[in-house]
Design a protein. Structure first.
Length: 111
């Protein structure tokens, strides 16, 4: 059975592109559109990795990270349009394993 990755972003296009690439690499993808949904899916699916946006409705990515870290060492990678150094430092201090910024002007393509 394929390992599960949770992709959390309020933008469905981002979830689709990231999910497509990971599924093509052989992973089982589960998605969440906001922070509260992310915690529910995380508890239900027990993913091996969480790809997490910072700015989301209901519960921010930083709050989601903090809550996951309180009970799990599952790797978390922030992928965010925020490129500020303070956001990167905060994300890593909260327990994220990495922080990748994406340009607001970046074009995503299936490839």
């Amino acid at each position: 059975m394929a390992e599960t990755i949770l992709v959390v972003d309020d933008d469905p296009a981002i979830r689709q592109v990231v999910g497509f690439a990971l599924a093509k690499a052989g992973f089982h993808i589960v998605e969440a559109a906001d922070g509260l949904e992310a915690l529910v899916v995380f508890g239900r699916e027990a993913p091996v990795l969480v790809i997490l946006d910072i700015n989301m409705p209901e519960l921010s990515g930083t709050d989601v990270c903090r809550r996951i870290r309180s009970s799990s060492s599952t790797p978390i990678v922030f992928v965010s349009s925020n490129d500020d150094e303070i956001d990167r430092v905060l994300g890593l201090e909260l327990g994220a394993d990495d922080y990748v910024s994406r340009s607001r002007r970046a074009t995503w393509s299936r490839g």
